[in-house]
Write a protein that binds this ligand. Structure first.
Ligand SMILES: *Cc1c(COP(=O)(O)O)cnc(C)c1O
Length: 380
């Protein structure tokens, strides 16, 4: 019954073999640069590719500073620490996200609060955020936003740009500013995506990216913290490199730091991948446009980039009529060699977050039952 979808995707990828959801493409200088690191023996966290990769990402997204990390989750963990998130705090995020977003909050021993997403962006809803803050919070004399139900400070807000589609980040930042809440953007999925002409990840105080194997570009595993704040950037570098104080021969560490630095080996891959990012995005947008044309005449709704934004279309997605239809679609496509996946289970339904405070989650619940990701590897 979804034979036409399977046929169409097989045609796009020119194969009848198994088609993965999102596999990386290595078509440039990857082997050359990785070999260079091996020949130089600088395979670990010191080496020219790490700095070069940081400079390339900072320039590409238009942020003043970029600090490379071992993965996107560690970047988010540190991003939250940079804005002061600790065990006395709460952090607002969306329930419709990959587990890493919520895990990073837990790594800081802070509590997550889940606020609904918008149907058209799949990202945190500014209206729902405002409604939650108006109903449940008050400001104390020091200007902290206090959750009236727990008496804890709401220190940060982590909106996520789902599948690469930008959320209404300017409105979110504005609301958070008025409540003295720092915005840490989880832009793990949205390298190459812009909102009103400005790159995602550069609206908040801190932004993070991921270079996991399934992202738009990969370093095998890797992440990046971006910010315009020099102090925060320095601190990010310091605590991701074991908080070591420079000294010609002594080991001095001035706080509990982390071994979160990206390796030169991984960064070599990253530099080569960055050289092709523009091409990948062009191809992803072509692919999305083909899907859009195809699904126009079907019962499935293809998820398009939201208003005012340019998406990298990292993961293509469709909306099915209801959960039953979603399961029929998932079963049929997977049985026929096309890897498709439903969207993540909502965070507040997971055992470790089941007691978390939530707002009204009607949109997230609706989407959870219906959204399916379809083949999204770059077609060259
Ligand atoms: C990929 C991803 C991350 C980071 O994941 P890593 O695998 O640790 O690089 C964080 N948040 C979201 C929403 C992601 O999709």
């Amino acid at each position: 019954m979804y034979k036409n979808v399977v046929d169409f995707i097989q045609e796009l990828y020119k194969t009848k073999e198994f088609i993965a959801l999102h596999e990386p493409r290595f078509i440039g200088n990857e082997k050359k640069y990785v070999n260079e690191t091996i020949d130089s023996t600088f395979v670990s966290s010191v080496g020219k590719f790490v700095t070069q990769f940081e400079e390339m990402v900072a320039e590409y997204v238009g942020s003043k500073y970029a600090v490379a990390t071992s993965n996107g989750t560690s970047a988010l963990h540190i991003g939250l620490k940079l804005v002061g998130v600790d065990e006395y705090c709460e952090v607002i995020t969306q329930p419709l996200t990959f587990i890493a977003t919520a895990n990073a909050i837990s790594y800081c021993n802070a509590e997550p609060i889940f606020v609904d997403v918008d149907k058209e962006t799949l990202g945190l809803s500014p209206q729902k955020l405002k409604a939650f803050l108006e109903e449940f919070t008050t400001m104390d004399e020091s200007g902290n936003c206090i959750n009236k139900s727990t008496n804890k400070i709401i220190k940060a807000c982590v909106p996520m740009h789902t599948f690469g589609h930008p959320c209404k980040i300017d409105e979110i930042v504005k609301i958070c500013e008025s409540y003295n809440i720092a915005v840490v953007e989880d832009s793990a999925e949205s390298l190459g995506s812009y909102y009103k002409g400005k790159h995602t990840g550069t609206f908040g105080k801190v932004g993070i990216f991921s270079f996991n194997g399934n992202k738009i570009i990969t370093t095998g595993g890797g992440g990046m913290i971006v910010t315009d704040d020099e102090e925060l950037a320095k601190r990010a570098k310091h605590i991701t490199t074991t908080a070591k104080v420079p000294h010609p021969y002594e080991y001095i560490h001035d706080e509990v730091g982390y071994n979160y630095r990206l390796t030169n080996l991984a960064a070599a891959l990253g530099v080569a991948q960055m050289e092709n990012l523009a091409l990948f995005i062009e191809k992803q947008r072509e692919l999305a446009s083909k899907y859009n044309d195809f699904f126009k005449n079907s019962d499935l709704e293809f998820i398009k980039e939201p208003k005012n934004s340019t998406s990298n279309y990292w993961l293509n997605a469709v909306i099915l009529k209801d959960k039953e239809e979603r399961d029929v679609f998932l079963k049929y496509t997977n049985e026929n060699g096309i890897m498709t996946r439903c969207v993540w289970q909502l965070m507040n339904k997971l055992e470790m977050f089941k007691n978390a405070q939530t707002g009204n989650l009607e949109n997230s619940l609706w989407l959870e039952d219906r959204v399916v990701n379809i083949s999204s590897s770059v077609v060259l």
